[in-house]
Design a protein around this ligand. Structure first.
Ligand SMILES: Cc1ncc(COP(=O)(O)O)c(C=O)c1O
Length: 384
């Protein structure tokens, strides 16, 4: 699967940073706008009465905005991209078509919404869920060989565990299972799971792809055309479509993704090093640190370590005080925005496996020294 849309077919391969800027544009002709405008339309003029003749109703036939967005993400991921109303809608579109009784392998540490969706399905008798520690590659491979679908995140949310993606994709394939990788933390700039053999990647575009904490949108990318059709069918029948404004805003965000990620990642690496040397911090989790258990694997399969890190302080109370004390970093859920955000994830249900003093920090584009002054001041206030 080349991931090339008709508009990009035949063009020489370009670097992802250029694709982010250049893909998904209207025709390069005099008088055309440079960006695909927001098209607010449910209906389009009908073509032939036999059902041929192009776009008629946007839930099934799409909008120019979705198509532009799908062109960009498809090129970056090397697959057939399908845009959804949220990350969870994209995830549900991958999981819903599984046959009754399917076995799904999922990481113990994984975005809590995926656990919730899978738990609901298991309760309804739709499928059987196996939780695995994906840092234990041998155990994960054994589970993958028995599965119908292997769900992976790497780095995981929120503990930043790293999975051996090529090994797990190969094992799943040997056993006839599909593999889906949530690539939200890495973005397609840092990791392309389809190249490792994944059948699907998914994104919460709400996070880094949009990048401004002002929308919800999801994308699922299929490694094979028939799986792309399956995603489109789910979107149409479930009505899980993205809005025109959200699609436009994600396109605008994508144009600066490389710059935002580069800045956030550079600061995340530096903050991880400084936090690791801070007397109040008991542990730092960032795949870019040489002592992270997944460092070598991350270096082998990613082109950067991303802009999210985790760190621990001794108690839940100290962690809560850090969140209350920060002023530059925002105490908020979610991640991937231009503004840095911090959250004590164990305060949420479904996150009972997390250390109580664990903080997830999404590093944005502020000046590194302002971030460090803020964090070190908050740690001091926590009495830590
Ligand atoms: C890794 C990951 N995947 C999926 C989702 C779900 O995305 P959305 O909130 O856009 O539905 C999230 C949301 O936090 C996430 O962090």
């Amino acid at each position: 699967m080349s991931g090339q849309s008709p508009r990009s077919a035949g063009r020489p391969a370009r670097r992802p940073q250029t694709a982010l800027i250049a893909a998904g544009r209207p025709a390069d002709e005099p008088g055309q706008p440079l960006n695909v405008p927001i098209v607010l339309a449910s209906n389009f003029r009908a073509g032939g009465q036999d059902g041929t003749g192009g776009r008629e109703y946007s839930r099934g036939d799409g909008t120019p905005g979705w198509e532009a967005l799908e062109e960009v993400i498809g090129e970056l991921e090397g697959g057939d991209a399908v845009a959804f109303g949220s990350g969870m809608a994209a995830i549900a579109a991958v999981l819903d078509p599984l046959p009754a009784g399917a076995r799904v392998v999922v990481p113990t540490d994984c975005y809590a919404g995926v656990h919730a969706l899978l738990a609901d399905g298991q309760q309804q008798g739709r499928w059987h869920v196996d939780l695995v520690d994906i840092t234990d590659t041998a155990a994960a491979i054994a589970a993958a060989r028995q599965a119908d679908l292997v769900w992976l995140e790497s780095p995981t949310n929120p503990l930043l565990d790293i999975a051996d993606l090529p090994a797990l994709c190969a094992a799943a394939r040997d056993g006839g299972a599909l593999v889906a990788v949530d690539n939200t933390f890495a973005t397609p700039l840092l990791q392309q799971p389809i190249a490792f053999g994944a059948d699907f990647t998914v994104h919460s575009a709400t996070k880094f792809l949009g990048g401004h904490s002002d929308l919800l949108l999801g994308v699922a990318v299929a490694g094979r055309p028939e799986l792309g059709e399956r995603l489109r069918r789910r979107r149409e029948v479930a009505g899980a479509v993205p809005g025109a404004l959200e699609t436009f805003l994600v396109m605008r965000g994508l144009r600066t993704l490389a710059l935002r990620l580069e800045q956030g990642q550079r600061s995340a690496g530096e903050l991880a090093r400084r936090l690791a040397g801070h007397p109040a911090v008991t542990r730092v989790r960032y795949p870019g640190l040489a002592d992270h258990p997944g460092h070598a694997q991350a270096a082998a399969q990613m082109t950067g370590f991303g802009a999210v890190l985790g760190f621990e302080v001794p108690t839940a109370a100290a962690a809560s005080t850090v969140c209350a004390a920060v002023r530059v970093v925002r105490s908020a859920t979610s991640l991937g925005g231009v503004e840095s955000t911090i959250e004590r994830r164990a305060r949420l249900s479904g996150q009972e496996h997390l250390p109580p003093g664990f903080l997830r920090l999404s590093v944005g584009c502020e000046h590194i020294e302002d971030l460090w002054d803020d964090l070190s001041g908050a740690l001091a206030q926590a009495g830590a």
